[in-house]
Design a protein around this ligand. Structure first.
Ligand SMILES: [Zn+2]
Length: 355
């Protein structure tokens, strides 16, 4: 595995931009014995999925640029609005979905950055975006509670809203526990989770706030992301009204403290949060929704991109072709985007040197 390390480290830092990625690689490959935990090559490749690489190799440079905001008195209490609790639940399911939704609600999704940062083709990115929006809408509207029968509700929740990762096998074992039916077969689980996913889409269509915003393109995109159909048809853009709705909910919740930037090490820890519903995590979500110049968003984005790229390299390849609507990137809130190209292009993933 050590000979794979140089490839994995490049994937892990692909979202950070050239300079920082190069510095992290040099730090790892150099003989700087001050890097914690870096006295030998990691024995288990899964370490690249943790927050260790960013903490050990990127955080020093990020912290050096960080200016702690002035603070007065006690920290503000956690946000009370239920939308932050729903987004905390989304963080627990998949940080990538949360960061995509926050980016979308801020109107700053740049498809090129996301494609190259995740190493995904157009269709795979569109599916990822549809899954993120579907999960966010289900959580924010509370649609799951209205799904009947209970078996479909539990199986769909474990398949698509579970916190134990994307594996169908672990989702099945959790569903067995929750339904109290140890003999639930994989076939029955798949049927019930399909019924539950269809019911969730129907609930979103019925929802008085969201239903009118769901175009037929959106429901087709959801169906494809939830593996209810495999049609390779091109889909046109569907996400903007839904992100705009999410943005309105966040605005009504009144996120506070747009200048209270979060220390980089805390942001790195946030993506791997073991307690995604803690008040600290909800306060960070609240800040990310309002961050004045998106400097905090840039770090969490780089983290979820790097982790997703490493996960795919360890687990296997995904689909490629193309239905992502090509548009000019929206107005980025970053004041001074780096002039250079992203660290590694989407094509580079397959051409990274293998020792
Ligand atoms: Zn910030």
């Amino acid at each position: 595995m050590p000979c794979e390390a140089s490839r994995l480290i490049r994937l892990r830092f692909r979202g950070y931009g050239d300079d920082l990625a190069r510095a992290a690689v040099a730090r790892f490959e150099g003989d700087d014995t001050s890097v914690p935990g870096c006295t030998s090559s990691p024995l288990d490749a899964r370490v690249w999925l943790s927050d260790w690489p960013a903490r050990a190799l990127a955080a020093p440079a990020l912290e050096a640029r960080f200016e702690a905001p002035a603070s007065y008195g006690d920290p503000i209490p956690g946000p009370a609005s239920p939308i932050f609790a729903a987004l905390g639940a989304l963080l627990a399911i998949d940080p990538l979905c949360l960061v995509l939704c926050l980016d979308g609600a801020r109107g700053s999704i740049d498809a090129t950055t996301w494609r190259s940062g995740l190493g995904l083709g157009d269709a795979a990115l569109a599916d990822q975006l549809a899954l993120a929006l579907f999960r966010a809408l289900v959580l924010v509207t509370g649609a799951l509670a209205r799904v009947e029968p209970p078996e479909a509700r539990v199986c769909a929740a474990e398949r698509w809203l579970g916190t134990g990762g994307p594996s169908a096998v672990t989702a099945l074992s959790r569903a067995r526990e929750k339904t109290g039916d140890p003999s639930l077969s994989m076939t029955s689980f798949r049927h019930a989770s399909t019924d539950g996913a269809n019911a969730l889409i129907a609930e979103l269509e019925r929802d008085p706030a969201v239903g009118v915003l769901l175009s037929s393109e959106a429901t087709r995109a959801f169906r494809r992301a939830l593996e209810l159909e495999t049609e390779p048809d091109e889909l046109s853009a569907f996400e903007e009204p839904l992100f705009a709705w999410l943005a309105r909910q966040l605005a009504e919740a009144g996120p506070r403290a747009p200048d209270a930037h979060v220390p980089p090490t805390d942001l790195i820890g946030f993506v791997c949060a073991t307690e995604p519903s803690s008040m600290d995590a909800l306060r960070t979500i609240e800040h990310l929704a309002a961050c004045r110049d998106d400097r905090c968003g840039a770090i969490v984005r780089a983290e979820v991109m790097g982790m997703a790229s490493v996960r795919r390299a360890l687990v296997g390849p995904t689909a490629t072709p193309s239905s992502w609507p090509v548009r000019a990137p929206g107005p980025l809130l970053v004041p001074a985007p780096p002039p250079s190209a992203p660290a590694f292009s989407e094509d580079e993933e397959d051409t990274l040197p293998r020792k």
